[in-house]
Design a protein. Sequence first.
Length: 621
Amino acid sequence: MTAYNEDSIRSLDWKEHIRLRPGMYIGKLGDGSAYDDGIYVLLKEVVDNSIDEFVMGAGKTIEITVNEHKVSVRDYGRGIPIGSVVDVVSKINTGGKYDSKAFQKSVGLNGVGTKAVNALSTSFVVQSYRDGKTRIAEFSKGELVKDEEKTTTQRNGTAVTFYPDDSIFRNYHYRLEFVENMIWNYVFLNSGLTVNFNGQKFVSENGLKDLLERNIDTESMRYPIIHLKGDDIEVAITHGQQYGEEYYSFVNGQHTTQGGTHQAAFREAVVKTVREFYKKDFDASDIRASIIGAIAIKVQEPVFESQTKTKLGSQNIGPEGPTVRTFINDFVKKALDDYLHKHSDTAEALQKRILQSERERKDIAGIKKLANERAKKASLHNRKLRDCKIHYGENHELAQQTTLFITEGDSASGSITKSRDVQTQAVFSLKGKPLNAFGLTKKVVYENEEFNLLQHALNIEDGLDGLRYNNIVIATDADVDGMHIRLLLMTFFLQFFPDLVKAGHVSILQTPLFRVRNKKETIYCYSDEERQRAILKLGGKPEITRFKGLGEISPEEFGLFIGKDMRLDPVILSKEQKIIQLLEYYMGKNTPDRQKHIVNNLRIEVDIAEEQKIAEEELVA
Ligand SMILES: Nc1ncnc2c1ncn2[C@@H]1O[C@H](COP(=O)(O)OP(=O)(O)OP(=O)(O)O)[C@@H](O)[C@H]1O
């Protein structure tokens, strides 16, 4: 046993602590391929401060520039008081928001945000402009390297520029699609605010109504968006054509991607109000089918269930307020009921939609029952699924990391099974190519054994609430067959579970194309460019191996690619994307260049194009 005495006791200074336990401050590390990776939290911590200035009535415009590795934010707020510029970003629990009433409905008043960004950046520069004076302070990993004060003619405000530390965020790069989404959410939730992001102007007049319009296929809407606003609450609702429900929820401007008490109350309140309005005891699932809703509320001292603040746990609106549930229910009941009374066309369309869902549900009730019995039996000895121990949604610090790999072929699934982390990583093995689900109805999800078991493994039959894994990772070979399986799986998800894709749960596993090594070092390369860099780096004549399929990679080696340095390519739907058209285009029967289309629209162009090229070369050879 090692000695335990005074010398064993250490006291970390603030930056050491943040760098030792970054997860405590900013959640997941990761390379930026998931929307909830830490590098986006860094960005948010800085922008949130500028938003607070806007909320205080200072500075209607915020300028944000993000490239793959660097973030700059300039606001025209009041500017950090010149004498405090260094302290507010480098002394823990230092801030100007503790006593202010104006900030009571903010997401965090801990005085921690910028310090975390500072400590986790190789370079962090903060500059305040205030009444003719400016002070600029520069840090590296939290260490002050420069501090200068001079006069200025620039407008008041604050500018922050930082580069996340790539020894902590390995191989990271900002995905601009994710950042763009964040920016949109900021402007939807702050009317009157203009954000200039990478030279483009973002502004919203109609808040959550604009949000829904941006996120859904407006042509498929069953009736015009219902948009209701009250004190500290705003909601928007419509019904589309897609399977599943889709919600966007916010608390004090924070996007609660995992929902929470407010979202649950909203779902409940809509059902209740609708039933009362039509005086019919509709099945809740028929009212909710294809619903697309958004809700934003303000709460005093909100309580979150996770440290990344993605799930609201608050039971009450504030220390003296009503419960979240009562508050939302009262508002929806009155406002939605009023609205339906005043808009009979909408009321009619809504009822029609509910009745249609009811018919569809009854149509497949028989087969559903059978399939569920089958799945129950199968899950007792479900050979397709090798489960992990922890699941998403459980109150466990590793719940965010839960991952289901969907693989094809015995060798690949064997490798993953052997090298995975049994705590958080599960494997679902497909037997050959899945069915092309394009154009089929939900019935097939029950009829087709593979789909049925997959649906049960994920536990998403009745919506995403019970989802068992945060990340659903398609892990197929990078050849033509593997690509085809990928497309088929994406078709399945896009068609029947678009909410899963939109919520950012689905991605594709990148595996290295090459291994470059000498006696001392091994570098795995995911592109030709990386291979060239590796050869330069190692010098001499390193050994170069091309990996052709997942099956060729040994389990030991595979462990490296699904561990800490796992690279994922998220499946992202862009705003212009209409799922139905998209599927028609590339999974329909008569479209010769559909592959090109999916490539562009799913934003994984580089990889597919590259893999396609390689696969074609291989076929020729
Ligand atoms: N853009 C800004 N304009 C004006 N003041 C700022 C700006 N950015 C930071 N500050 C000041 O620095 C303080 C510390 O900011 P920091 O982000 O570290 O913590 P916080 O916002 O107080 O709390 P949280 O931990 O929730 O982020 C703020 O309270 C504010 O007084």
